[in-house]
Design a protein around this ligand. Structure first.
Ligand code: IFM
Length: 748
């Protein structure tokens, strides 16, 4: 039985409430619930989100993932005193996320101000197999003497998205003195959420209900006998108008009720056992195992895989992965390039059908992307930099006010951060290479490739005898409005080339397109490496003055430089949030020599603050591939600490979804050196000092492989007997069931 690590919470502190609410979220790809304590604390931000359930509060706001009414809150009174870890005495307390079954578990002994001790256990999980079901359980034991427990819980619709009200309370009901149901409609009247809850408790308890101020609550009260553990279970069914069977609405609410009752009957323990089986299957088929001198490495990988399961909406192609998954309100729940470049590769090589859904999300929004291109004077498809449900551009026009200048900063990404278009094409190619899914290509992939390619051909401008791509923002968002950004130009070239290759492979006849593409490919300017192997990030970067980054590097991730310099001033210096050229080496390693990798890494790292959560992990991959393995491990471990580090507030509004996925990327694509984009599996293994083994599964063209990397041995094994060709350190090997290569694969 595989047991991934438990994620323990540091000792209770009100300062870390929201960090752990994000890290300890429960979910299933459809629902995400923040890991808040049952009892209320002033700054604690509760949150429950359903993938794809977005709304715009009013014309001055942007669309955001709606923070739904809360079902986790419980007001617990013991002998009339409210349970709070900030009052009385906390004799012991542990809270842990059990990644092996998705359960958030807490156990504490609390002495009330009145001097009586109670043991309290709380548990909750979101079902992996029953996507609408949430279960929780409270167990209270009076340790010293008989006592009295009162508990209020229900459906609390006072929640907002940081003050932005999305939902009207349409109706609240109590059925049979037993089940609560609330129907909530978005204020534009377009969508509905129906939440149904039931509590099960000992027969001797008394119960009453109230519906006031958007809170539909059940109040349960019962005597406690000293030493006796009393248990209350609560089950909730979360449905929305996104559910395929939502209509007709009136019978749907009744069906929610039926579904809830049927599940609640099975009891918490039984449902948890079932959940454990589903999580076990996931771990067995996806877990990355590392033997390392630092147990944090395995912990980080388990954290990443746990959250990857929570963030990917495997059930519905109309939703994609939000930048904070379903763990918080950060980035308004919008979808960025993070999905295609950071998250999709994990899905692709573990559960390719999920990667297909993520691409289908883009395909479903192709018309809106074509419309955006047209509105901006381009052809093809210009996908929105930030998107939600409608496929429209959702990037806010302005960022927060700069407190130094008092000015609102315009967000330029929607206007110029166009590399996303090529990122989608890149992911489309990767998907086809790893699956050979011809049906996908015919139905969606070719359209994605062709429309994205058409965008680039219309986006490029003629300057002299070459085509250039002007006025863009690359992934490095500290450098705005530049010409010939290396990342963008190379990715655009890749996009157009791939469109030609696959359109021809699938016999598409469009000679006008092929002719235009051929001109584009021969004339597009691609910045070349200099004698040292460094590629210029863009036309102006190398002529800008350097800036001493020592202070900012020591506070990386905080964007402290923005307090000292305006964006325009930063733009005028060699200051990077994340390095575009390093990112380019990560995505297209075969196009550049090892010398070019190493030179670009070293040159740009000195100029990079790593203020983007996407930066460190990519540096780790490129450093590992460049043979700088010790440095790669350092980057990797620092990347793992983006959410898992000590900083109490860095993850308050949700975990960093892409950075989390990149923990997987660093191990698999960095230290195992996997690259599959060309259509063949390439490995360049390099185990860092302190690691003795790295093992992970891989799904490649329908075959399930296990990759195992030890200091003196590299092993690939698979269950089918089809010959498979792979490349290890540039040499090809064909094998059927297993391939064992002896020799050093460690850091050199
Ligand atoms: O997509 C990223 C972007 O590259 C940097 N800012 C945060 C976004 C969401 O993670």
């Amino acid at each position: 039985m595989i047991q991934p690590q438990i994620l323990h919470e540091a000792p209770f502190s009100p300062h870390r409430l929201n960090k752990y609410a994000s890290l300890h979220a429960c979910g299933n790809g459809r629902i995400g619930i923040r890991g808040c304590h049952e009892e209320a604390y002033t700054d604690q931000q509760r949150g429950m989100f359903v993938a794809g359930f977005y709304h715009r509060a009013n014309a001055t706001e942007v669309t955001e993932l709606v923070n739904l009414p809360d079902i986790t809150g419980m007001r617990i009174e013991l002998n009339g005193e409210s349970l709070s870890l900030l009052s009385g005495t906390l004799e012991s307390c542990k809270r842990e996320l059990r990644t092996m079954n998705g359960e958030l578990y807490r156990e504490l002994v609390w002495q009330s101000a009145g001097g009586q001790r109670f043991r309290i256990e709380t548990r909750r999980f979101v079902s992996l197999s029953r996507l609408a079901l949430v279960a929780s359980r409270l167990t209270v034991t009076a340790l010293d003497a008989d006592a009295h427990l009162s508990m209020s819980t229900g459906i609390d619709a006072t929640l907002t998205n940081s003050g932005r009200q999305h939902l009207n309370e349409c109706s609240v009901r109590v059925f049979d003195q037993n089940v609560l149901q609330g129907e909530y409609g978005t204020t534009d009247g377009q969508q509905k959420a129906i939440i149904t809850s039931q509590c099960l408790f000992p027969a001797r308890a008394s119960s009453s209900f109230s519906a006031k101020n958007r809170q539909l609550l059940q109040h349960i009260s019962l005597p406690l006998t000293a030493g006796e553990a009393v248990t209350l279970e609560k089950f909730s069914w979360i449905a929305t108008s996104l559910d395929a069977d939502f209509l007709p609405e009136n019978t749907f609410a009744a069906r929610c009720l039926e579904a809830l009752l049927a599940h609640a009957q099975q009891g918490y323990g039984h449902l948890l056992m079932e959940n454990t089986r589903h999580w076990q299957h996931y771990w067995q088929t996806s877990r990355v195992c590392v033997e390392s001198d630092d147990p944090q490495d395995q912990c980080a990988l388990d954290f990443a895989l746990y959250h990857l399961k929570l963030m990917i909406p495997a059930h519905d192609a109309r939703a994609s992965v939000a930048a904070k998954g379903l763990t918080g309100e950060g980035y308004k729940g919008h979808v960025f390039w993070d999905t295609e470049i950071f998250i999709l590769p994990f899905a692709l090589l573990n559960a390719p059908e999920q990667a297909r859904k993520l691409l289908e999300y883009r395909y479903l929004n192709l018309v809106q992307a074509q419309e955006k291109a047209r509105r901006n004077g381009y052809q093809g498809a210009l996908f929105p930099w930030e998107s939600a449900f409608s496929g429209e551009e959702e990037t806010p026009e302005f960022a927060a006010i700069n407190i130094r200048t008092g000015q609102r900063q315009r967000v330029a990404s929607a206007l110029a951060e166009h590399h996303l278009v090529a990122d989608i094409a890149y992911a489309t190619v990767g998907y086809f290479q790893a699956t050979l899914d011809r049906e996908f290509m015919q139905e969606m992939g070719l359209a994605l490739l062709k429309e994205t390619a058409r965008f680039w051909m219309s986006r490029a401008e003629r300057r002299g005898n070459r085509l250039e791509i002007l006025n863009v923002i690359g992934p490095d968002e500290y450098t705005e409005h530049v010409d010939n950004n290396a990342f963008t130009n190379y990715m655009a070239q890749y996009n157009v080339k791939a469109a030609c290759v696959y359109l021809r492979e699938f016999d598409h006849q469009d000679e006008a397109f092929f002719g235009q593409a051929a001109d584009f490919l021969t004339q597009l300017y691609l910045p070349q490496p200099d004698e040292q192997g460094v590629i210029a990030q863009d036309d102006s970067f190398l002529s800008k003055p350097q800036c001493d980054l020592t202070t900012y590097k020591s506070q990386q991730g905080t964007q402290a430089i923005l307090l000292d310099y305006s964006r325009a001033e930063i733009n005028a210096m060699q200051v990077l949030k994340q390095a575009d050229v390093v990112m380019l080496m990560h995505l297209l390693p075969a196009q550049f020599t090892p010398q070019c990798h190493a030179a670009s890494l070293n040159f740009y790292e000195a100029r990079t603050i790593h203020d983007s959560s996407l930066s460190k992990s990519v540096h780790a991959v490129v450093a590992a591939r460049s043979g700088q393995v010790a440095q790669a491990l350092q980057f990797y471990r620092e990347a793992c600490r983006i959410d898992l580090g000590e900083e109490p507030h860095s993850s308050d509004d949700g975990i960093h979804a892409a950075a989390t996925a990149a923990i997987w990327t660093g191990a698999v694509m960095g230290f195992a050196g996997l690259d599959y984009q060309s259509g063949e599996l390439h490995f360049r293994p390099s185990l860092p000092q302190g690691w003795t083994r790295l093992q992970f599964p891989l799904c490649w063209r329908g075959t399930r492989l296990t990759v195992s990397l030890e200091r003196q041995q590299f092993t690939l094994s698979k269950t089918d007997a089809q010959p498979l060709k792979v490349w290890i350190n540039g040499l090809s090997h064909t094998f059927t069931e297993s391939l064992v290569l002896k020799g050093s694969h460690d850091e050199n």
